[in-house]
Design a protein around this ligand. Structure first.
Ligand code: NAD
Ligand code: WQD
Length: 339
């Protein structure tokens, strides 16, 4: 059984990936300083998988403590690095905090991986590295534009740091996974996304409105040049996303990679408009939703969706769920967490 270190294992995507890893026979340890999560998620993971995952409540920016985890576990075969701060708006207000957290943690981790000879890394990147691109669908070779926020810049810089690291460590293998818009929750309703404050992403905004945490929600613009005037995104179910990590890891462990650094887009490959997403929610949950059309949100791109054929061909990955599955599972989770 391969032992995998998951950083950010108590967070949203990390916790779902831990479940998928365990389901596929991996042993998992987590490092998460709980800055945006709670260890109660480990109860949900245990209820689903029957396995209790150990979390080290450590800040990865703390070099010594990070090294200690690797000392204690000389048999780690791979690292999946989720831990990061991720709020685009907050990063504009607190750029130094974002650079410090997202880059120092990565630097310490790479240092440990070199020193303790851990050969496999999967890095959480984001479609935000493409900036305001108009080439659709976005392939991995679509040129990266200027980042739209300090957050997105930490992802561009993180990718670059790993690229430079890979050049001098040819036996080290890395995969950069660029997620489009992750959403939804585990089918059990036992784990899901738990924004510490009110959410800003579309799907949790919808469920928070339907449950009554907000009086109404706003659709940011209906005068874009799209089929119904609202923006288009590629919403990917978090369990499909989780499974892509397992497959990426297996791909590295089985040495199927053709280069020691590879990049994959993770989206369903189709765009959904904001109004379509809202309608899907109302249809699958039979819940009313109070929304109004508002101004465009500054910084929003009109449309972005992935070409995911590289992940399909090379990793054998295929997203199984669509926007309705996202809404159904997100709603089940919202009802449970609001109790
Ligand atoms: P999340 O905030 O739910 O999870 C991140 C976890 O990392 C949290 O539990 C937090 O406590 C932990 N963490 C943060 N900094 C840490 C540090 N210095 N040391 C130890 N732990 C630390 O976020 P998420 O949505 O699960 O995102 C996971 C990754 O995916 C992030 O790197 C994020 O940038 C990336 N990503 C997320 C999205 C999205 O929409 N959710 C989209 C694209 C990329
Ligand atoms: C989706 C659509 C909004 C809220 C962000 C990050 C990106 C990545 C994924 C991390 C847009 C509309 C939203 C609302 C709305 N994260 N919307 N009313 O902006 O595509 O991407 O998350 O890497 O980097 O930027 O996601 O969920 O905020 O918005 O109309 O109350 O929903 O305008 O068209 P976004 P989102």
């Amino acid at each position: 059984m391969s032992k995998i270190l998951v950083t950010g294992g108590c967070g949203y995507i990390g916790s779902h990936t831990v479940v998928d890893l365990i389901d596929n026979g991996f042993e998992v340890i987590s490092v998460d300083n709980l800055s945006n999560s709670s260890e109660s998620v480990l109860d949900g993971i245990e209820a689903i998988t029957g396995k209790r995952v150990k979390n080290y409540n450590i800040d990865l920016c703390w070099e010594e403590a990070t090294h200690q985890v690797f000392e204690e576990h000389p048999d780690i075969e791979g690292v999946i690095h989720f831990a990061a701060l991720k709020l685009v708006g907050e990063s504009v207000q607190q750029p130094i905090r974002y650079f410090r957290n997202n880059l120092n943690s990565l630097l310490n981790l790479l240092d440990c991986m070199a020193r303790y000879e851990v050969p496999n890394l999967i890095f959480s990147s984001s479609c935000s590295v493409y900036g305001n691109t108009t080439d659709l669908p976005v392939t991995e070779d679509t040129p990266l534009q200027e980042a739209e926020s300090p957050y997105a810049r930490t992802k561009q810089m993180g990718e670059q740091i790993i690229r430079d690291f890979a050049r001098v460590h040819p036996r080290h293998k890395s995969i950069l996974l660029r997620y489009f818009n992750p959403a939804g929750a585990h089918e059990s309703g036992l784990i899901g996304e738990s924004p510490t404050n009110l959410a800003s992403n579309l799907v949790p905004v919808i469920t928070e409105t339907a449950i009554g945490k907000r009086k109404e929600m706003t659709v940011f613009g209906d005068d874009y040049d799209t089929r119904d005037g609202s923006c288009i995104r590629d919403y990917i179910h978090v369990m499909d996303l989780a499974n892509a990590h397992t497959r990426a890891l297996q791909y590295l462990l089985e040495e199927k990679n053709s280069d020691n650094l590879e990049v994959f887009n993770l989206g369903i490959g189709e765009g959904v408009t904001v109004l379509e997403a809202i309608n899907a929610f109302m249809m699958v949950t039979a819940q009313p939703l109070s929304y109004r059309i508002g101004e465009r949100r500054p910084g929003d791109v009109v449309a972005i969706y992935a070409d995911n054929s590289r992940a399909a061909e090379q990793l054998g990955w295929e997203p199984m769920r669509d926007i309705r599955d996202i809404m159904r599972t997100a709603w089940e989770w919202e009802k449970r967490r609001s109790k």
